[in-house]
Design a protein around this ligand. Structure first.
Ligand code: FES
Length: 113
């Protein structure tokens, strides 16, 4: 049986905002909160936010800490390791708006926890 109902959101991006108090590596140590807030603001500024469009969500540990800071975009299931807000801008305009994966920011497949 096929489901032709359009998805509630066209694309969903989840940012790991996990913070560890014990000194182990975590995305929060690498500007994840700032990146999340920047992404949310950019998506809104470009008119991409809302039902039928894009949703930017916080997440806990996504279990790929060695590649952090990370974010993942669905439905494509594409993982990104970003460095700064210009990387986030590129993910927003290229992938979230235009559907083009930003190859240079893709998380290396071998990097996990
Ligand atoms: S702390 Fe970010 S993926 Fe685990």
């Amino acid at each position: 049986m096929s489901d032709t109902t359009p998805p509630y959101f066209q694309r969903h991006i989840f940012f790991c905002l996990n913070e560890r108090a014990n000194g182990e590596a975590c995305c929060a140590q690498h500007g994840a909160q700032q990146a999340f807030e920047h992404c949310k603001a950019q998506v809104k500024a470009l008119g991409l936010a809302g039902p039928g469009k894009v949703r930017v969500n916080k997440a806990g540990c996504l279990d790929r800490c060695a590649a952090g800071p990370v974010a993942v975009v669905y439905p494509e299931g594409v993982w990104y390791s970003y460095v700064d807000t210009s990387d986030i801008d590129e993910i927003v305009t290229s992938h979230l708006r235009d559907g083009q994966v930003v190859e240079r920011l893709r998380t290396p497949p071998e990097l996990g926890r």
